[in-house]
Design a protein around this ligand. Structure first.
Ligand code: FMN
Length: 349
């Protein structure tokens, strides 16, 4: 690969946060393994000797699916969590400022070096889970998630100042199913939402999007939960014998506040939850329709008591292996020195 220093203008000798070029590349590679809606990877990094800035890549917005850039910020928060872990893997305590304002105009977060750190066991396991984690849209095995696993996921969300709501009550579960179906129907009737899905699915050459191998089975009428149809363009019925588990663990990840900062925070919590699930051998997929469609999201928020803000809905269980989805080259995610003065694009709300 071309030297990072040539693209970023940072000196090869002093490097970024005292890391070598290879180390910086591995840290950013880890960050970019975060999930994002339709695998848009809507993040950019600006490198300076004393900091790594995380910016939203507004060219990768999904105006129909995610009109307020809320999920874009969740994805950037997830990338930030991976970045924190990867720096810890290099013995650096990351000092994070969210929404730094004048300090780094337009950035969602700035990460500086906060001293040395010895990696603890838990962080080590989470770091190992970064390349192993994936969205698993296949049916899960009909095996319940043990209570202690569920508790570990709740703790993971709390550690990142967020809340994981477990949908256990059958009535509440039925209500959430109705919300997901309603939102799914609204999206299926929206040409611009379907166009975005079509644009970001199938075989793309750019190292992004959702390829057919990651799509999961096509939805069928007997499904309890309405899943996104990533194979709509390919048509065809679902093969028999591919039905979904009858009782997945369903979780709603929530923030305590509304707004961009809370969303970046919730994205970090999302990633800690997903990586914790990976360390426990659990598979996870998303069912975000109910939080993407504004009117349904408001209904869901009221149903949750109105004090927490639903950010995403997760389906958790024990699954069979699925392949990794593609990622772009690190160099494509960097802000070049010429663009440094032009980072006014702000997804900070
Ligand atoms: C905020 C957010 C919402 C998502 N919503 C959905 C969804 O509704 N349905 C789905 O199948 N995948 C959803 N995804 C998963 C992405 O499609 C997935 O992360 C991306 O394709 C990359 O694949 P990976 O997670 O296996 O790395 C969502 C991801 C994020 C971060």
């Amino acid at each position: 690969m071309r030297a990072l220093s040539r693209v970023t203008g940072v000196s090869r000798v002093t490097g970024v946060l005292g890391l070598s070029e290879d180390e910086v590349e591995s840290v950013l590679t880890a960050a970019a393994l975060a999930p994002s809606v339709h695998n848009t990877q809507p993040w950019r990094f600006r490198l300076e000797e004393d900091r790594i800035e995380l910016h939203a890549d507004l060219d990768r917005r999904l105006p129909a699916t995610d009109p307020e850039d809320r999920e874009l910020r969740l994805a950037c928060g997830a990338a930030l969590f991976n970045l924190r872990l990867a720096l810890q893997g290099h013995g650096i305590r990351p000092l994070v400022t969210l929404m730094p304002g004048h300090d780094a105009p337009g950035a969602l977060a700035v990460v500086r070096r906060g001293g040395k750190l010895l990696l603890d066991d838990e962080t080590h396991q989470l770091l190992n889970a970064v390349p192993a984690r994936r969205s698993n849209r296949k049916p899960f095995h009909d095996v319940p998630v043990p209570v202690r696993h569920r508790q570990a996921l709740l703790r993971a969300a709390e550690r990142e100042r967020s809340w994981l709501h477990v949908v256990v009550d059958p009535e509440e579960r039925a209500r959430l199913q109705r919300y997901v179906s309603k939102a799914h129907r609204i999206q299926q009737a929206d040409r611009s939402v379907l166009d975005e899905l079509g644009e970001w699915t199938g075989e793309r050459t750019a190292g992004d999007g959702v390829p057919p191998r990651s799509a999961g089975p096509r939805p069928a009428p007997q499904d309890e939960w309405a899943m996104r149809d990533f194979l709509a363009a390919d048509g065809g019925e679902r093969a028999s014998g591919k039905d979904y588990e009858s009782d997945p663990l369903v979780l709603v990840l929530c923030s305590f506040y509304d707004g961009p900062l809370a969303e970046v925070q919730a994205g970090q919590a999302l990633q800690r939850v997903l990586l914790t699930a990976t360390t426990l051998g659990l598979a996870v997929s998303f069912m975000s329709q109910a939080v993407e469609v504004r009117v349904v999201r408001e209904e869901l928020r009221r149903a949750l008591g109105g004090t927490v803000v639903p950010q995403t809905v997760l389906r958790v269980g024990f699954g069979s292996p699925v392949p990794a989805s593609p990622r772009r080259e690190v160099l494509e995610m960097l802000v070049s020195p010429e663009a440094n003065g032009q980072l006014n694009g702000h997804a900070g709300g």
